[in-house]
Design a protein around this ligand. Structure first.
Ligand SMILES: C/C=C/C(=O)SCCNC(=O)CCNC(=O)[C@H](O)C(C)(C)COP(=O)(O)OP(=O)(O)OC[C@H]1O[C@@H](n2cnc3c(N)ncnc32)[C@H](O)[C@@H]1OP(=O)(O)O
Length: 244
């Protein structure tokens, strides 16, 4: 299959964003950041969408990170802006890691709400080895999602870790055999579909704000109180109450 820019495909109520540079382990090219940003905006505008799945083509690597030869001259705000946009995506996001993950692609995965990986895969954050001090958003995500101890190990020891450790530190929520990856994704999608869409939006936004340490208690309370008064809650409770 010919290498090309990341693709976006809608399957029912789910958007699939796929990295497609298989021969180069799905490296992220500078222009891919703009393409991914455009895909995210297209997905947000899609009526009835319930979730976004980010994955990679091929069966070896989710992504080998940013293009090594472009780091000195083209690692600009496009990369950080794209990551922040993915992190702020209003609907649930699932990263289906079809293989190993390196460098900036580890942060790309951290921008998603859920990460499901495959047995036998590895993770490497080589920034310090190559002399790159990480950008603020990446450091923040490592610490808030994985915790300081794990972030220190990954950034400061820069050693590869494997599937079991990825699971243990909370980088992955699940590890499955490769052939079961999309079935595992589907289980998450079923869970998401069973939830009230408006509540998922406000809950995700509030969780992100609390994690970032800049939340407004009154705004969180307003979301809670609005849901107590919502027709959706009343209808769902009525359905539950009517069960034998
Ligand atoms: C802020 C963000 C920072 C970052 O993201 S820094 C980048 C961090 N990533 C890495 O350090 C990983 C770099 N890649 C590798 O270490 C290896 O690759 C792999 C372990 C992923 C795979 O190794 P193997 O199976 O031996 O394949 P191969 O011959 O090294 O790669 C096949 C082709 O893919 C190109 N490639 C792979 N990753 C990148 C990359 N990140 N940027 C640019 N090219 C890449 C290679 O050069 C080569 O290319 P050709 O076939 O032309 O020789």
């Amino acid at each position: 299959m010919q290498d090309r820019e990341p693709s976006l495909e809608f399957r029912g109520d789910v958007a699939f964003l796929t990295l497609r540079r298989i021969s180069q382990h799905n490296r992220i090219a500078p222009d891919d950041c703009t393409v991914i940003g455009g895909h995210l905006r297209q997905a947000v505008a899609r009526e009835g969408l319930r979730a976004l799945v980010l994955t990679g083509a091929g069966d070896k690597t989710f992504s080998s990170g940013y293009t090594l030869g472009a780091i000195r001259d083209q690692l600009d705000s496009r990369f950080e802006d794209m990551l922040d946009e993915l992190e702020r995506f209003p609907l649930p996001t699932i990263c289906a890691l079809n293989g190993s993950v390196y460098g900036g692609a580890t942060d790309l995965a951290l921008c998603c709400d859920f990460r499901i990986g495959v047995t036998g895969s590895r993770f490497l954050m080589p920034a310090s080895r190559i002399g790159l001090h990480y950008y603020p958003g990446g450091i923040r995500r490592y610490v808030t999602v994985l915790g300081l101890a794990a972030a220190k190990k990954l950034f400061l020891a820069a050693q590869a870790i494997h599937d079991e450790e990825m699971l243990r530190i909370g980088f992955l929520q699940e590890v499955v055999d490769r052939q079961d990856l999309m079935a595992a994704v589907e289980r998450y999608l079923e869970g998401i579909r069973a939830c009230e869409p408006a509540v998922l939006r406000t809950m995700k936004a509030d969780l992100m704000q609390v994690a970032a340490g800049r939340y407004d208690e009154a705004a969180l309370r307003a979301h809670y109180e609005a849901s107590l008064r919502s027709e959706a809650l009343a209808a769902r409770l009525e359905t539950l109450a009517a069960r034998p």
